[in-house]
Write a protein that binds this ligand. Structure first.
Ligand code: IVH
Length: 670
């Protein structure tokens, strides 16, 4: 088929998909079977995978295309449902332990609860006084969909628990999945067992869920208060006693070597299991250590998923494109002849950066090995030199940005004393088209402003139609024009309007993250927000060129300050923030108002024993205190560890600031 024919074929499928969505979700009178509907959806997704130029706002791959979430009431998780960071090899595992030791500032033998990572979808079950009162999906991690009735159809999920030791109020969390055998019957309807479980579980009608044999294995908790259970492995045993299914392969192991050996063995045997497992999860067994380690923005510090090795296949590079990212990074992407890798058709593979291309001498027309693991972007592993064409030439990385033509540079890293592997466009701002689009995509993303109904593809589409150029344009969209666009019905336009309106109320830290300053990720945005407290103060600091004040914040350094300065040197960035702050309702950061250390500021000097600075800092913040990084009148306590800086102690004495030893400080907290 020619490109135009493929496009036409695709558009027809989309039209049909829209029609059935309307019949099912708006009119509640489906005219086709679920099987037919799912097949249609699958065909559209397969087409998009195969022909990357196909896109449509109503595609099931788009968040504005039908997402079942609109059909379910949302409920805020009492404790967020986070994901896990991944390890692929021994280095990653060693790194994981190293970070733990650094955080705790001590090296101890760690004991792990090892559990298979079942490839299904997670669910949370709230039990009050032994009764299942609420069941939710993970949703976006903060809010889940209420799917209690659907979950209740799963035979492994108890509705009532009479065990006297069962906590009065607890969220039990685990994985809903479908066994491989049961999937055989459904394999024409869904791409894999995971999709089948997800689709079945989120049926509008619980009776439909009942028809498919779903299973539930419990592995952790959300909200839960107990001082009786001290270990993850004990929690797993309790789950079993209370009547939940737990994995029969759960294990306790100690060293990285043992983890590796078990992983190797399990990886070989996993095909014999009744269900799909895509790795092993290692959790620090001691719940007290888990509590100390806490979480980063997206995942716990005390657990990691050790994935099984990737599937791979050979294919030929037909083109190399340079993508421009939000921060100007130029990423080369190989377009390859579509190839099936572990059940997914892959037609693009990342080449990471310029250095990687040079190191592997990757060229146009080369036959390469492409690897794909789980949800990670496929990448080129090696070149099959035997298959290289004689005429082939080295790939020359462009010196100018392919989007705006500006000069590109490799930055010199003062710490590592090396040039970055990544080449960047020097045009920080909205003058570079590709950077601008990526900045807008970042602005609307989940961890930022979070506009539920506006997906990345829609942003691209609106950009092409000249509907948006800056983030603020989102709040001034021409909805009449949109409703006349192909693929947009009244329902999708009103959904879009609604979610844009909802996004206007945003906490300060999310806003500071959303504006997309390089080196200001979620954690740093939080630090800045805690410091300035309001958007007004933030803008005023920028106006007075007082960004150096942020150096007072423990955790913010030269890199972040330089990046902030560079960002605001560009006047359009400043104007955007001013504009947005007049449109949005940016709420001051909610401070922790309950705690023994409220209104107290602390600073550390010297090495603490058995605790890192990061841990000490979160301990103070959990108790409503704050940590600063310079001695001045605002400081209340200077905490002294081993080998303190004399100058700081001297300054503190001069200003009459109280000086505490680590022990005295911990006594403040009991
Ligand atoms: S613990 C904060 N344990 O993996 C830690 N997760 O990427 C929460 N999963 O969303 C997860 N088996 O769907 C945990 N034994 C296990 C698991 C498991 C599968 C899934 C779960 C989660 C994802 C994390």
């Amino acid at each position: 088929m020619k490109k135009a024919e493929i496009r036409k074929y695709y558009e027809n499928k989309i039209k049909e998909f829209e029609k059935h969505n309307k019949l099912y979700f708006e009119l509640s009178s489906p005219k086709v079977t679920d099987k037919y509907y799912d097949q249609l959806k699958k065909e559209i997704l397969d087409l998009e995978n195969k022909y990357y130029y196909l896109k449509n706002v109503s595609s099931p791959s788009n968040s504005l295309g039908y997402t079942p979430s609109k059909n379910f009431i949302k409920s805020k998780h009492r404790v967020k449902m986070l994901s896990l960071s991944n390890a692929f090899n021994k280095d990653d595992l060693e790194n994981f332990e190293k970070k733990i030791f650094n955080y705790l500032s001590q090296e101890t033998e760690l004991e792990y609860s090892v559990e298979p990572k079942i490839d299904g979808i997670s669910a949370s079950l709230t039990y009050k006084n032994g009764e299942l009162v609420l069941g939710t999906s993970r949703g976006d991690g903060t809010n889940g969909e209420v799917i209690t009735n659907n979950l209740k159809t799963i035979k492994d999920i108890p509705h009532k628990i009479n065990d006297k030791d069962f906590p009065k109020d607890i969220d039990i969390r685990g994985e809903v999945f479908i066994k491989k055998n049961d999937f055989v019957k459904l394999k024409n309807d869904f791409a894999n067992p995971r999709n089948a479980a997800s689709g079945t579980l989120r049926q509008k009608n619980a009776e439909e869920t009942k028809k498919i044999p779903l299973n539930f294995v419990a592995y952790t908790y959300g909200y839960f208060e107990s001082d009786k259970i001290k270990k993850q492995s004990d929690f797993l045993s309790s789950l079993k006693k209370w009547g939940f299914k737990t994995s029969e392969y759960n294990k306790i192991l100690k060293s990285i070597n043992d983890l590796e050996n078990f992983h190797r063995k399990f990886e070989n045997d996993r095909f014999e299991l009744e269900y799909d497992v895509d790795g092993l999860v290692y959790k620090i067994n001691s719940l007290e250590l888990q509590k100390r380690l806490g979480f980063t923005a997206n995942s716990p510090r005390w657990a990691i998923a050790h994935k099984f090795s990737a599937d791979s296949a050979f294919s030929k590079i037909t083109d190399i494109n340079i993508q421009v990212g939000r921060t100007g990074a130029l990423t080369p992407v190989a377009r390859i002849q579509p190839v099936n890798i572990g059940g997914v058709v892959v037609s693009n593979a990342t080449l990471h950066n310029e250095d990687e291309i040079i190191r592997k001498d990757i060229r146009l027309g080369d036959t390469v090995k492409v690897e794909r693991a789980g949800d990670v972007i496929p990448h080129v592993v090696l070149v099959d030199l035997k298959k290289r064409e004689k005429k082939s030439k080295k790939f020359i990385f462009p010196n100018n940005c392919p989007s705006c033509g500006s000069e590109t540079i490799k930055e010199f890293n003062k710490t590592t004393k090396k040039y970055d592997a990544v080449r960047r466009c020097t045009n920080e701002g909205y003058d570079c088209e590709k950077i601008a689009i990526e900045k807008i995509k970042h602005f609307i993303s989940k961890d930022a402003i979070n506009i539920d109904g506006l997906g990345k593809k829609v942003v691209e589409n609106f950009w092409d139609l000249n509907l948006i150029r800056f983030p603020q344009d989102i709040y001034n969209l021409d909805y009449n024009k949109i409703s006349n666009l192909e693929g947009w019905g009244d329902l999708s336009v009103s959904n879009l309007k609604y979610s844009i309106d909802q996004s206007k109320k945003v906490p300060l830290d999310k806003f500071l993250y959303a504006i997309g300053i390089r080196h200001i990720g979620i954690e740093n945005a939080k630090l800045l927000a805690e410091h300035v407290k309001s958007i007004k103060n933030f803008i005023s600091l920028v106006n007075k060129s007082k960004l150096n004040e942020f150096l007072n914040i423990d955790g913010i350094g030269e890199t972040q300050i330089n990046s902030l300065k560079k960002f605001f040197e560009n006047k359009s960035n400043y104007k955007i923030i001013e504009k947005l702050s007049s449109i949005l309702n940016i709420s001051d950061l909610k401070l922790n108002k309950d705690g023994k250390l409220l209104n107290n500021t602390f600073m550390f000097t010297g090495k603490l024993s058995n605790m890192s600075r990061a841990e000490a800092k979160s301990l103070i913040e959990e108790n409503a205190g704050s940590v600063v990084s310079s001695v001045n009148k605002k400081l209340k306590y200077l905490i002294i560890g081993e080998k303190p800086t004399n100058r700081k102690v001297q300054q503190a004495k001069e200003l009459g600031i109280k000086i505490l030893s680590q022990k005295e400080w911990l006594n403040l907290l009991d």
